[in-house]
Write a protein that binds this ligand. Structure first.
Ligand SMILES: NC(=O)c1ccc[n+]([C@@H]2O[C@H](COP(=O)([O-])OP(=O)(O)OC[C@H]3O[C@@H](n4cnc5c(N)ncnc54)[C@H](OP(=O)(O)O)[C@@H]3O)[C@@H](O)[C@H]2O)c1
Length: 235
C-alpha cells in the first residue's frame, strides 16, 4: 500500500547514475504501491504507471513534509496544466481544503490565475493562507447562485457535476474534476520540487500517525474531512 514517500537511498544498482547511498529523495511509487514498506525498490528513470517516479527531496522540506507532496501535488499539477490557465483568468477551486485542493489553489496562482477557493467554515483561513484571492464558505453560500462567472472551475473533491457548475462557468469556460488529471512524468515531480524550494507552494499536513496506527490513519482519511494531507511515519 501507499503511493508516495520520502526517505534515504539505502543502496543503488551498478548502473545507477543519479543517486547514491544516503541521498534524500521523495517519490511517487506508481500503481505498484509499496510506500508503506520500510524499503522500496525504484528505478531511477521509471514511469508513473509502473515503477514510479523518484527524485531528490526538496532541501527545505522535512521527510514528513516531502512525503505529503507527490500524489496530491502531481494530480493537481496535471489538472491545472489541462486547464491551461491564462494570466488573470478567474479560477474556482471547489473542495479547496483537501490534498488536491490545497495544491490546486497554489498551482493555479503559480500559473497566473485569480483564485477563489470553496471550502467549509473551519478551512476558510487555511485556504486564504495558501494565496487564494477569495474564499467562499459552501455551508453558507452556493457559488453557482452568486452571479459570478469563472473561466475555469475545478472540483478537487469530485462532489459536483459539470451540469451543476455550468451556471457559474463563462461561455467557453473549462470544467475539470479531481479525476481529470494526466499521467505525470519525472519532469513534473522535479517541477514541484523547484516550486517547493522557491516557496511558491507548500504541503498542508493535517495529522501524522506512526505506521503502527495505520488503521486509525485510514479511518480518519476515510471520513473525507482531512485538511490537506495525512502522513505515516516509520521512525
Ligand atoms: N489525494 C490524491 O493523491 C488523489 C489522487 C488522485 C485522485 N484522487 C481523488 O480525488 C478526490 C479528492 O481527493 P483528496 O485526497 O484531495 O481529498 P481529501 O483530501 O480526502 O478531501 C478532504 C477535504 O474535502 C472537503 N470536503 C468534503 N466534502 C466536501 C463537499 N461536499 N464540498 C466541498 N468540500 C468537501 C473537506 O473539507 P470540509 O470538511 O471542510 O468539507 C476536506 O478538507 C477523491 O475522489 C480521490 O479519490 C486523490
Amino acid at each position: 500500500m501507499g503511493l508516495e514517500l520520502a526517505g534515504e537511498v539505502e543502496a543503488t544498482g551498478e548502473e545507477v547514475k543519479n543517486f547514491r547511498r544516503g541521498d534524500q529523495v521523495f517519490a511517487f511509487t506508481g500503481f505498484y504501491f509499496g510506500a508503506y514498506a520500510e524499503y522500496k525498490c525504484m528505478a531511477e528513470d521509471g514511469a508513473a504507471k509502473t515503477d514510479g517516479l523518484v527524485t531528490k527531496k526538496p532541501e527545505n522540506l522535512s521527510f514528513r513534509e516531502a512525503a505529503a507532496v507527490p500524489s496530491g501535488g502531481l494530480t493537481a499539477l496535471g489538472i491545472i496544466r489541462k486547464a491551461d490557465i491564462k494570466k488573470d483568468q478567474k479560477v474556482l477551486i471547489y473542495g479547496a481544503s483537501g490534498s488536491i485542493g490545497t495544491y490546486a489553489v497554489q498551482l493555479a496562482k503559480v500559473f497566473g490565475g485569480r483564485v477563489t477557493g470553496v471550502c467549509s467554515t473551519s478551512n476558510l483561513e487555511m485556504v486564504s493562507s495558501l494565496g487564494a484571492d477569495a474564499v467562499i464558505d459552501y455551508t453558507k453560500e452556493d457559488f453557482t447562485k452568486s452571479g459570478e462567472k469563472y473561466d475555469v472551475i475545478i472540483d478537487a473533491v469530485h462532489k459536483k457535476s459539470r451540469a451543476f457548475c455550468k451556471r457559474a462557468l463563462k461561455n467557453g469556460g473549462v470544467f475539470l474534476s479531481a479525476h481529470s488529471s494526466t499521467v505525470p512524468g519525472l519532469e513534473d515531480l522535479i517541477f514541484l520540487r523547484e516550486l517547493l524550494e522557491a516557496d511558491k507552494i507548500r504541503p498542508v499536513i493535517d495529522r501524522c500517525y506512526p505506521i503502527e496506527q495505520v488503521a486509525d490513519a485510514h479511518r480518519y482519511v476515510d471520513q473525507g474531512r482531512k485538511k490537506g494531507n495525512v502522513v505515516l511515519t516509520l521512525d
